[in-house]
Design a protein around this ligand. Structure first.
Ligand code: KIV
Length: 266
């Protein structure tokens, strides 16, 4: 069973670890067999499961339902669950919604933002709930960004992101996710904080990697972002199976053959 202590040890030892999004029981079982280290019940389910154009319509009840499906079916991975859009604006609301996700089987609550989350992180930590802070391209803020764009480019933006990362870790964030930021910045953040950092479109130097499951099975919808690799049709997946794709992803991240330079941004 993977715990936060396991991930901390991985970081210390330089062992790269995996995360995949997952939303249902059957895939959770397959991920258990492939020994995927951590599972994220992402609010990306709004797009890949529910057919919305963004993560914004996803509710806390949706997240709780899918989290419970995974928690019943996978006893190996550390389970992260997203607090969805506008469900953590006030502290009382954030605490009640985190409780619902933790009671549904999450081990860690993921929230999007920067240093404005410090009070919430402290409150949850004191109440026995670890947090993972998602920085960079945070999809819940797509309307602020004006689209899904690379974040942290330029000195000012990079300094701000690094400062946010340090601030949330200082008050007790247990994990970070960095999405779509230049690889050099992701490396700097990973080296600057003591907690494990998981990257997506953030280069090879983060401690762990995460992909949306549907994307790494070649089911990306529309334009395929450069950080995605299709592990299902990869010739090294000789069984051409979904379980084989999960196992190949696990192996590729561990040995450092994924991601490569072609998957990263500068
Ligand atoms: O919701 C999600 O799937 C995510 C990942 C892209 C990190 O937040």
């Amino acid at each position: 069973m993977t715990t936060l202590s396991t991930l901390k040890k991985f970081k210390k030892d330089g062992t790269k670890f995996t995360c995949l999004t997952c939303y249902d029981s059957m895939f959770a079982r397959m991920m258990e067999k492939a020994e995927i280290d951590t599972i994220l019940i992402g609010d990306s389910l709004g797009m890949v499961v529910q057919g919305h154009d963004s993560t914004l319509p996803v509710t806390v009840n949706d997240m709780a339902y899918h989290t419970a499906n995974i928690a019943r079916s996978n006893k190996h991975a550390l389970i992260l669950a997203d607090l969805p859009f506008m469900s953590y604006v006030t502290l009382p609301e954030a605490v009640a919604n985190s409780r619902q996700l933790m009671q549904s089987g999450a081990h860690v609550i993921k929230i999007e933002g920067g240093s404005e989350l410090c009070d919430l992180i402290t409150t949850l930590a004191q109440a026995g709930t670890p947090t993972c802070v998602h920085l960079g391209l945070t999809p819940q803020s797509v309307n602020v960004f004006g689209g899904y764009k690379i974040q942290g480019r330029g000195d000012e933006a990079a300094d701000q992101l690094l400062a946010d990362a340090k601030a949330v870790v200082a008050v007790g964030a247990a994990l970070l996710v960095l999405e779509c930021v230049p690889a050099e910045l992701a490396k700097a953040v990973t080296e600057a904080v003591a907690v494990p950092v998981i990257g997506i479109g953030a280069g090879a130097d983060t401690d762990g990697q995460v992909l949306v499951m549907h994307d790494m099975l070649g089911m990306a919808h529309g334009r395929v972002p450069r950080f995605i690799h299709d592990f299902l049709t990869d010739e090294r997946n000789s069984a051409h199976s979904i379980e084989g794709a999960f196992a190949l992803y696990q192996q590729s991240v561990r040995e450092g053959s994924f991601p490569t330079e072609q998957h990263q941004f500068s």
